[in-house]
Design a protein around this ligand. Structure first.
Ligand code: F6P
Length: 343
């Protein structure tokens, strides 16, 4: 066998989230300290593999980043297998394969959400040794119970909703808050319940605004002077409106109650990861290094019932992890009077 150190590359792709640096550190330190591998950081997602923006991630560079938000590697939304939409005419997958070989990489760790795991799968099909790590605040990656970034985002959204309670109470208003999640309602569900939302609107549900209006009027009649409505950004709505403005204007029109809207936006993705996300990202990272050591490629690290394991990328690619409309948290909240906008 060739007597050289095994060399691995790490990239972060897609939208950023808290915990990316913790995952990079988890992979890198385990690979270097435990297995004596060489670790290379690839800048700006898959773009870095196309443009050869690569640097050695010495162990020193991995110190002091556990608690830092964002990604020291940078990220981009380049989708190598859909490159025509990214103004690149070249055969991007071939360039990536060529550069992977030229760099002498033995494995590539792709840290990202659904799109990234799909790309990772396609690169594995092209013969690259790929291991995926699922990240996203949206928690919508199939094949794992939870992604890192989600817990931090829920914490931020919960704090924001807590703050809206007091101002809603002072002014006796209906407060509508839009949270991220793309087509998944995980952040809305968790932050809505954690912060005691009165109405929680999930993209997965078929929402009837008359049901929402009725709930808000009943609350008002009972003497509850304010209400909190948490809405996931991906609910069905007209194209030219945000979820918050759609829901807010409907409520105002149907109830006459004074309504205000807040869109939480990128604050949910920024800043330091929660302790839980630091630990999850570290566990994922360390396990990715183990999978590389064992040669278990074409896989994504995942967590099931708090045990770190892995799933084949072929099972993950192209699927979404959405909220089951009969999720136990929905049923429980419903039985306590929370309205989900459904009949
Ligand atoms: O990271 C996931 C997410 O925050 C989604 O909830 C949101 O729709 C999307 O990214 C927006 O991100 P960007 O503007 O970076 O594409």
């Amino acid at each position: 066998m060739e007597n050289r150190k095994r060399r691995i590359g790490i990239l972060t792709a897609g939208g950023d989230c808290p915990g990316l640096n913790a995952a990079i550190r988890g992979v890198g330190k385990t690979a270097i300290v435990k297995y004596g591998m060489e670790v290379y950081g690839i800048s700006n997602g898959f773009s870095g593999l196309v443009d050869n923006e690569v640097f050695e991630l010495k162990e020193e560079l991995l110190s002091g980043i556990l608690t830092v938000g964002g990604t020291i590697l940078g990220t981009s939304r380049l989708k190598p297998f859909k490159h025509h939409s990214d103004d690149r005419d070249e055969d991007i997958p071939s360039i990536i394969k060529h550069n992977y070989e030229k760099l002498g990489l033995d494995a590539l760790v792709c840290i990202g959400g659904n799109g990234t795991q799909k790309t990772a799968y396609l690169l594995a099909q092209e013969g690259l040794n790929v291991v995926g790590i699922p990240k996203t605040i949206d928690n919508d990656v199939w094949g794992t119970d939870v992604t890192f970034g989600f817990d931090s985002a829920v914490g931020i959204a919960t704090e924001a909703i807590d703050r809206l309670h007091t101002t809603a109470n002072s002014h006796k208003r209906v407060m509508v808050i839009e949270v991220m999640g793309h087509n998944a309602g995980w952040i809305a569900l968790y932050s809505g319940l954690a912060a005691g939302g009165d109405v929680v609107l999930l993209p997965e549900n078929k929402i009837d605004m008359n049901v929402v209006a009725k709930t808000l009027m009943e609350r008002s009649t009972k003497g509850k002077q304010y209400s909190i409505v948490v809405v996931g950004e991906g609910i069905a709505k007209p194209k030219n409106q945000t979820a918050a403005s759609f829901v807010g204007s409907k409520i105002q029109k149907l109830t006459g109650l004074e309504t205000r809207e807040t869109i939480l936006g990128y604050i949910q993705r920024g800043g330091t990861p929660s302790p839980q996300d630091r630990i999850l990202a570290t566990r994922y990272g360390a396990h990715a290094a183990e999978l590389i050591h064992r040669g278990e490629f074409g896989t994504m690290v995942s967590i099931r019932d708090n045990a770190v394991t892995s799933v084949p990328l072929s099972e993950v690619a192209g699927k979404l992890h959405l909220v089951d409309t009969h999720h136990y948290m929905i049923e429980q909240a419903r039985s306590m009077g929370v309205c989900f906008g459904t009949k």
